[in-house]
Design a binder for this molecule. Structure first.
Ligand SMILES: [Zn+2]
Length: 218
């Protein structure tokens, strides 16, 4: 079986999505690229992660040609691969329907940087696209453009996408983004939230990535 370890990691990450309250049932997607072969492992569409095994993960090349006969890949595979094509350092993509971040995608509002943790992981606000159906010609490209050099984007009227160099970072960003969206929503009910400026967010990000311990979290 191709890429046995990466399949197991993708499935493990997918199983954590409902545990962290980021998706329900078979929602969401986890996708990772193997830098050696440049093959992509992605969760199959619409199937319960608990009942899947690593063998059920879909493996394709960067042109979306299946490497083995298997389940149909996620309908949005072109988009997940689009992030990796545009940003060669990106090797993991996580997409969820987490409720607070998705609420921002519904009102088409970016999520500002409201906490130091959010600054450390994102370095700037998380932007949002217009609504894109999967048949929209811009579906595979616009979210990549809107995310730019950031680490997350909200798909309008759909939900968040986060990226990372490794799956753990893409997942931690998905959790951090949901927590930030929830905290921002709560803080708006009790007062006027003070958001971090672009300079403050960037400074915190740079400190965390370059000077705080040995971790590089891109
Ligand atoms: Zn979705």
């Amino acid at each position: 079986m191709l890429l046995e370890n990466l399949r197991a990691k993708v499935l493990h990450t997918a199983r954590l999505l409902p545990k962290y309250g980021l998706v329900w049932m078979a929602g969401g997607t986890v996708c990772a690229r193997d830098p050696e072969t440049n093959h992509v492992v992605v969760t199959p569409s619409g199937l319960d992660y608990e009942r899947l095994t690593p063998a059920d993960m879909v493996v394709t090349d960067m042109e979306m040609n299946p490497c083995e006969d298997n389940f149909r890949p996620s309908v949005a595979l072109e988009l997940w691969i689009g992030f990796m094509r545009a940003r060669p350092e990106v090797k993991a993509v996580v997409h969820t329907h987490s409720p607070y971040a998705t609420a921002f995608s519904v009102v088409h509002q970016p999520i500002p940087v409201i906490t130091e943790t959010m600054a450390d992981w994102f370095g700037g606000p998380v932007p949002v696209t217009r609504y894109l159906s999967v048949e929209d010609p811009e579906f595979p490209t616009l979210p990549v453009e809107v995310m730019g050099n950031g680490f997350a984007v909200l798909l309008g009227n759909h939900g968040p996408i986060t990226v990372g160099q490794i799956l753990e970072h893409a997942l931690e960003r998905a959790v951090t983004l949901e927590e930030a969206a929830r905290t921002y929503s709560i803080s708006k009910t009790i007062g006027v939230p003070v958001t971090l400026s672009a300079e403050q967010a960037r400074a915190s990000f740079d400190y965390y990535h370059n000077r705080y311990g040995q971790r590089r979290l891109s």
